[in-house]
Design a protein around this ligand. Structure first.
Ligand SMILES: Cc1cc2nc3c(=O)[nH]c(=O)nc-3n(C[C@H](O)[C@H](O)[C@H](O)COP(=O)(O)OP(=O)(O)OC[C@H]3O[C@@H](n4cnc5c(N)ncnc54)[C@H](O)[C@@H]3O)c2cc1C
Length: 579
């Protein structure tokens, strides 16, 4: 009980919520909204468009048509790019803040999304079995309990959860779908951004202006995955599919499938292709005849229980409300995950031993060679893969599935010729070779007429971009649930904007040269540098860099990030806040 009350206290002081962030500002400091949020020009009234949801706020609807911009005041206060889990979290944080929500209610906050639906990753990927590899209590929003029992959830449930959150907060009405942001341009003279929006259906472009831009575009190219060229692939008579391009009409029933890869996608696909359970009710049940997982090198794979009912158990046993029980379970999982990650850093050999012995246990009595689960690198140098109830280990012990560690020599008309001399027969080859990383969804960034290479800049607290005024970019964790960091980043952005309102600042600019002359030095490591996974290494030319010192150095540590992003003073020697 004492532990529980202690935990409750921790949770009370740590639950990410906008009320917590406001509580650190004395009420007496609160001043009326500054002009940046109140003096913006009203756009001319325009006729309502028939295809716009009725719920959409009148203000956002006004912004949809191509309006020649004639004012020197921006049309929006905040433009969020992307309606994935991060974009919805950001808008929810704004809507839950007493002051910033006024902007939102006036239609001065908008989200642009290039897809036709909410959800980002969870709307895009359609391959069989697609699911999270994080537990949902840490991947879910801090402010909205994830009520499902499944530890790892399927894409459709996650998408529903994001959509429900957007609806509950009336965020859905702020979204302009099918709208790609191709460029954002800052003018120091006007002190606002101009975003070029492309209607993905018609190709028509228009512009919209905003005081702040928040990039919630994730970290990879939605149009294409990473697809290496395999020698001889043109000869292959079957289908080669990248999981990102998987569509419901792909027929794999009774076919021989080779899945190339050893990451989360491959370990999900192998059992799913053999289970005749359709991903969506509209799909016909299918089951492959045989599936081979072909990996160049092994990955650490750990089994996790497929269900976790702690939330219900806790709330019943201690008569807790759902949010409190959720927060406690979330904290338990955060601490366990952070503990495991730190343990892997300080005692990699021990951790390695533990993981391999657990894999051995899963495979006990089978003839599956343990070498396929013994990576050469240390645990958490690359992301660990979680499999529910050891489903991958189980399926590999049947005659319908196999794991092969080898390299591809070339492809033949009927399959893959391996360096070892073995030939894998296949009707379908799934190239689960990863993502193609991308910054800001490919949007060009221009500041005062000059094109900016964001990949050549550092990030401040891994939220703002060096020397980029009024621009925030939401980067999550790669060594924990992405969203844990997003939630903290959203808290920070809300605090920063409130601070600016209260003190009459209209611009923020993080500068690597501090007011006392201290200078942060750019490193080669990127903001996602906690892992050395292939796709992150490939991104060295894409992602922004880390600096050599705080707050330019990315720690990827949730506990220290709480202090930095939720509690530390907004003003410091690096952040310029001109009035
Ligand atoms: C199959 C898969 C499983 C994953 N599982 C996990 C997991 O379990 N745990 C975890 O932590 N991470 C996981 N990830 C990483 C995952 O992408 C993130 O955790 C999270 O979903 C990212 O959310 P996001 O909103 O930041 O970005 P995204 O989901 O990538 O959404 C970005 C949104 O921005 C839109 N957009 C992009 N560019 C533009 C533009 N120029 N103009 C307009 N709109 C734009 C996109 O259309 C998209 O809707 C997984 C990734 C994949 C591919």
């Amino acid at each position: 009980m004492r532990l529980l009350s202690k935990l409750k206290t921790i949770v009370k002081t740590s639950t990410p919520s906008t009320t917590t962030s406001t509580s650190i500002l004395k009420e007496s400091e609160a001043i009326e909204m500054t002009p940046i949020f109140t003096l913006a020009d009203r756009l001319p009234q325009l006729p309502a468009l028939p295809n716009i949801p009725r719920r959409a706020s009148a203000r956002v609807r006004q912004l949809l048509p191509s309006v020649p911009f004639i004012s020197n005041k921006p049309q929006l206060d905040i433009l969020i790019i992307g309606a994935g889990i991060s974009g919805i979290d950001m808008a929810t944080h704004i809507s839950r803040d007493k002051r910033l929500s006024k902007s939102l209610k006036k239609g001065r906050v908008a989200i642009v999304e290039k897809r036709g639906a909410i959800g980002g990753t969870w709307d895009l990927f359609k391959y069989p079995g697609v699911r999270s590899d994080s537990d949902m209590t840490t991947f879910g929003f801090a402010h909205r309990p994830w009520m499902g029992k499944k530890t790892l959830a399927d894409a459709a449930s996650i998408k529903n959860y994001i959509e429900d959150t957007a609806k509950a907060g009336s965020i859905d009405s702020l979204i302009q779908f099918n709208t790609n942001v191709s460029q954002i341009e800052w003018s120091s003279e006007r002190k606002y951004w101009t975003a070029t929006l492309v209607d993905v259906n018609s190709g028509n472009t228009r512009t919209i202006t905003s005081r702040f831009i928040i990039g919630a575009t994730g970290y990879y190219d939605f149009d294409q995955g990473y697809q290496p060229h395999f020698t001889g692939q043109e000869q292959f008579k079957g289908q080669i599919i990248h999981p990102q391009q998987w569509q419901d009409d792909i027929v794999y029933d009774n076919k021989r499938v080779v899945v190339i890869g050893s990451g989360a996608t491959a370990v999900t696909l192998v059992p799913a292709l053999l289970q005749p359970n359709p991903t969506t009710p509209s799909q016909t049940p299918q089951s492959a005849a045989h599936v081979t997982m072909l990996q160049r090198s092994p990955t650490y794979i750990g089994s996790v229980p497929s269900e976790d009912d702690s939330l219900n158990t806790l709330s019943k046993r201690f008569n807790l409300n759902t949010q409190t029980a959720y927060t406690l379970v979330r904290w338990r999982n955060i601490l366990a995950q952070q503990g495991l990650y730190r343990f892997a850093q300080v005692a990699p050999t021990l951790m390695k031993k533990g993981l391999i012995s657990r894999a051995k246990k899963e495979l006990k009595g089978s003839d599956v060679d343990i070498k396929h689960f013994q990576p050469s690198y240390g645990p958490w140098d690359e992301r660990l893969c979680a499999v529910p109830d050891g489903d991958l280990f189980k399926v590999l012990q049947t005659s319908n599935a196999e794991i092969v560690t080898d390299t591809i020599e070339y492809m033949t008309d009927s399959g893959i010729q391996l360096t070892s001399g073995r030939h894998l027969e296949a009707d379908i080859i799934v190239s689960a070779t990863g993502l193609k990383l991308q910054m800001l969804g490919g949007a060009q960034v221009i500041i005062d007429g000059e094109r900016v290479q964001v990949n050549q800049r550092m990030t401040y607290k891994a939220v703002l971009v060096e020397n980029a005024p009024n621009l925030a970019v939401l980067f999550g964790y790669t060594n924990a649930s992405w969203t844990l960091k997003i939630d903290l980043a959203c808290d920070y952005i809300v605090r920063l904007l409130r601070h600016m309102q209260q003190n009459g600042h209209n611009t923020f600019v993080p500068s690597s040269i501090a007011t006392d002359g201290d200078t942060a030095i750019k490193q080669s490591d990127t903001v996602m540098g906690a892992l050395s996974a292939g796709y992150i290494r490939r991104a060295e030319d894409v992602l922004p860099k880390q600096g050599d010192r705080y707050p330019w150095h990315v720690t990827n540590n949730y506990l220290s990030d709480i202090i930095m992003l939720k509690y530390q003073r907004i003003e410091d020697k690096w952040l310029k806040l001109p009035k």
